[in-house]
Design a protein around this ligand. Structure first.
Ligand code: P6P
Length: 336
């Protein structure tokens, strides 16, 4: 019988744990719980478009259950899975003003955007879940704010699920970045992208140019540079902006490029959140060989968060393209 080539996420997580002799299995268990919740969310996300077609009221489905907004549904699914995990002491969710303590004995806390880009569901655009795992600072008892307000460089794991043309889970525990594609026929995430490395150069720039009048001038200068016709440097680069961070990030991670959500005159801290959007994505991009900085050229992972839903401007991408971008502002010249 031929050797099976499929490696499931469950097998991969258990196998990876063997590489850490002091591992207790709690982090592995937490990752498996997130995996299960992602499969449940995936099932509902894929049905979303059918609410109108199947004649479901949109208020209550055929089982008489309330049909919730999908991002609230996703929030509840992940809260439920993480609450049962045992390894998770508390959760900071984009959908909840305060953090949620779930298990006094849990060793980790999870920061999560249960369904990022959910406004795109109605037009069938890829959306995603983004998660960040930190070791608690406090020992036992209910979680405290300091368990969550940690620098991104303290993360023990981070990942995202992209619900797109296929559903993928991409994560890192700080050594490599690996991607798993859901095979619906067996209901398993299967290893499809081993040891993802971000191309050093990129020819894609992602930014919402409708805010041009609000961006710092150097950002507009760099965007204009990307648009210039110079075949010797592969320009003009392609402009790609889906408006769903997970989708824009994943494409750039695989193909190379730069994603920018800058500071603006109306929003000096930009839009994206530190704990459950920028930190996990920055952890992933750095392990994959890219770079992620704020508007002052500071590593996103070195930001000391002061609030749960704190925002930051973010510039993340391929190393060489980031080096080019940095030459457009004196603030980033010394960024490493
Ligand atoms: P804008 C989605 O609402 C989101 O939080 C991210 O997924 C996405 O990158 C960004 O906001 C898009 O924001 O202002 O360009 O519509």
């Amino acid at each position: 019988m031929g050797s099976r080539k499929v490696v499931t996420l469950n097998e991969f997580i258990i196998q990876s744990q063997k590489g850490f002799p002091f591992a207790t299995g709690e982090l592995s268990g937490l990752l498996l719980d997130i995996c299960l919740a992602a499969k449940i969310v995936n099932r509902e996300v894929n049905k979303a478009g059918l609410v109108d077609i199947l004649g479901l009221t949109g208020d209550a489905n055929v089982h008489g259950e309330d049909v919730k907004k999908l991002d609230v549904f996703a929030h509840e699914v992940f809260i439920d899975a993480l609450s049962k995990s045992g390894a998770c002491g508390g959760i900071a969710s984009e959908e909840s003003e305060g953090f949620i303590s779930v298990n006094d004995a849990g060793k980790y806390v999870v920061c999560i955007d249960p369904l990022d880009g959910s406004s795109n569901i109605d037009v069938n655009v890829s959306i995603g879940t983004i998660f960040s795992i930190l070791r608690r600072k406090t020992e036992n008892g209910p979680c405290e704010m300091k368990d969550f307000l940690q620098k991104g460089c303290e993360q023990v794991a981070a990942g995202y699920v992209i619900y797109g043309s296929s559903t993928m889970l991409v994560y890192t525990t700080g050594v490599r970045v690996n991607g798993f594609t859901l095979d619906p026929s067996i209901g398993e995430f299967c290893l499809s992208h081993r040891d993802i490395k971000m191309p050093k150069q990129g020819k894609i720039y992602s930014i919402n140019e409708c805010y041009r009048s609000k961006f710092p001038s150097w950002v507009n200068d760099f965007v204009d540079y990307c648009k210039e016709d110079d075949p010797s440097t592969g320009r003009p680069f392609s402009s790609r902006y889906i408006g769903s961070m997970v989708a824009d990030f994943h494409r750039n991670l695989i193909k190379g490029g730069v994603f920018m959500y800058p500071d603006m005159t109306t929003h000096p801290n930009g839009k994206l959140r530190v704990l459950y959007e920028c930190n996990p994505m920055s952890f992933i991009i750095e392990i994959a060989g890219g770079q992620s900085l704020n508007h002052e050229g500071k590593r996103i992972l070195d930001i000391q968060p002061k609030k749960l839903h704190q925002r930051t401007p973010v510039f993340m991408g391929s190393l060489e393209l980031m080096d080019t971008m940095k030459t457009f502002t004196s603030q980033m010249v010394d960024a490493k």
